[in-house]
Design a protein around this ligand. Sequence first.
Ligand code: PFF
Length: 487
Amino acid sequence: MEKTYWPNRWIFILAAIGSAAGLGNLWRFPYLAYENGGGAFVFAIIIANILIGIPLLMLEVGLGQKMQKGAADAFGAIKKHFRFIGWTAIVLAFIVISYYMAVVSYGVNYFAASFTLEWQPDANSFFFNDVLQISDGPLTMGGISWPVLAGLLLAWALVYFSAWKGVKSISAVVKWTATLPFVILFILIIRALTLDGAGDGIRLFLFPDWSSLADPNLWLAAFSQVFFSLSLAFGVMIAYGSLNRKSTEITKSALWIAGGNFLVSIMSGLVVFGTLGYMALQQGIPVAEAASGGPGLVFVVFPEAINLLPALNSVIAILFFGMILLLAIDSAFSLLEALAVSVRDRFKKTNPKKIAFIITFFGILAGLFYSTKGGLYYLDITDHFVVSYGLVIMGILEAIIIGWLWKGNQLVDFIKDHSEIHLEKLWLFSIRWFTPLFLGILLIWNIYNEFQQNYEGYPTEALIYIGLLPILLAPVVGYILDKLTTR
Ligand code: PFF
């Protein structure tokens, strides 16, 4: 099979923005900003982007582009023994896509419900009882929740048919999925900012409380947010970089990707907090009470806010949940493509559609676990461990391998030769020092927190089997995959 490339650099940039901008921008970012000093947090996000986000993005895109391989073989090209680290990233990508798709399934359910505003009158009960049919805790799995499974199958169909022809189909799809959200966000911003009370919400979101910059928690939150948001450490950006022609510009592209992703976050914040301000005014409560993070914000608080709108409720709901689907789908298929590229590197003669199909099949199988009545708990636990440990450890490893262990590191020159602006010195400094240092602190801090109290108060055995075990098994499975695919 002949290798195919992105049709041009802009499609690559759109696909990368599509991957980066997802659910993380819509609910995680605004809520974190609100909790961590508003505008001060936005400032910290910019710093975190500059210090480690953009450098690691350049590293991943550059590595994929230089080696023309996905994560596994790109690391293998540096040193044979590093190849299983690439496979470990791929295993983590598989874990993430299997639960990320469950959240996309909630999105599918809400998009369908938007036409009749099915969550009226009680948005809370609709989410927990009708859609999730939630069990009483992670120790009760409670069988399949059919609406979630139905949404999951539909969501996987969308993801499969977007990624089944690799670059070719993805290039066609991202022209829409990575651009339309900007248009919809713009419409929703205008709606949100013209509501009474919007200013109070926006103030909470953006008003800088500079004193909170002294709080280490703010910085830790900012660094991990930037990391997850830029789709780093799971082989996605390596795979997307490998689909570039070798001559593609790198540094400016990375700046465009990080900038586009940041813009989606800010625009999302304006919509969410403008609307929360209105909601608070309508109900006579402080905005702080109306705001809650996590899935609750998107699937409970926002539907409630939509119920209160004076007009066009259903239209706004369709736009909002349609946008969630657009944002999430291209993040999801970027994970699929990360796996597919590494597999395609190994099985060059196999039809790409077949590879995508096999990944989809196993993805749905794994997704069944997150479609049970305990699914939301499982999703929460797995996400916590994968992001706090898997992602951070992978980032440290990438930085150490490229920055220190690669004798005669050729990536610096490669980036220099393929960039129109030159930040290589800063880049190398960040990869060698900032990245391992900041991520190391983040890691220690996370471990410390883990022992302070059980995450979200979940039972210890649930945390061990659903969170810790997958993380510990990831390198083992990565190692086995490496052996299985090497003759
Ligand atoms: N960046 C996506 C978001 O913010 O929602 C999520 C994501 C996609 C993370 C792909 C990691 C990844 F490899």
